[in-house]
Design a protein around this ligand. Sequence first.
Ligand code: ZN
Length: 397
Amino acid sequence: MRFSPSRLATLLLAIVWALPAHAIEVHAVRLWAGPDSTRVVLDLSGSAPHSLLVLKNPDRVVLDVSARLASGSRAPPGAGVIKQVRLGRRPSGDLRIVFDLSRPIRAKSFLASPNDRYGYRLVIDFGSPTSEDTPVKVEHARPQARDLIIAIDAGHGGEDPGAIGKNGTREKDVVLAIARVLAQRVDAEPGMKAVLTRNGDYFVPLRDRMRRARAQQADLFVSIHADSIRDRSVDGSSVYILSQRGATDEAARWLAERENASDLIGGVSLEDKDDVLASVLLDLSQSASLSASQAAAEHVLHQLNLVGEIRKPLVQQARFVVLKSPDIPSMLVETAYISNPQEEQRLRGAAHQAKLAAAIHQGLREYFYSDPPAGTRIAQLAAGTTRPALAAGDSGG
Ligand SMILES: [Zn+2]
């Protein structure tokens, strides 16, 4: 039997009429708890109107979405400021989600557009995901010989898994492990102190990462990643710094584009979109720290070369958003290719993670000892001026 066009149209119309009122489905409700904010992400089959209501006594947030819950979807367990997540349905058929809170907190929501990894997502942030809203303590007075502050940035996190290996290893997990070991090593080094831009599985917008480093008055910013490429035979470490002009080569440009997409995948809120002027000013004041970045990156690349393969013998340059911090020498280390099955396997192991962390630490150490910032304990140690206090009366030469 064949349908004429008009019969087909009638049939299609009948199918559309037969669909339930809420054709949009919520496939999953996910939750990421960070130290400053807790983020809930709803995966939607399409764009759906929603409303958010913050209520007191008890503290809770009520979310109504003009969509229905896909069968099998369940509420995630509470975490962070959220004690409990309750799913329900309004008489209209709309999905209602109630978040029971442990304390009063601000909540805001936005719809994230589809990207190459996810479809429509409704994002609800509890607390402030950006440090612009977070009071940041800035130390003004510093002791006579201060510690060097190393900001260690584990790439990706939460909603953004980064690259994924053939066997399912996620970049966000291995780079956090490496970052934590590196932080331990830096903290164990006299005259150095580490700060992690994220210390858990949650999303931090790219510009927030450097804002956090600046708020801590970091002397250096190192972002840790694990690259991926279609050709699974490619392996080795690479070290990148920011380029103001353009990328060293096509591969570097593509990499920067992939890493810069983190905000899109993580679902950055519209309020996080920095004005263009601010970023231009940042670029202008960046040049002073670029030569320092280059020198530090060369030391790190050299050390990585001693413990394993390196992809390129020179420090590469590209336009990485996460490196655009004025006056803080910054580098991005692609520790390995997670797309290479052997490197993926090694990256999972604590021994190799420790090896990579040790190489990065040693590179930073050599850089700072070769060119220590004035007023730091490292400067004293490098000059050999730190000596035990003289005993009373022992003033002779
Ligand atoms: Zn990455």
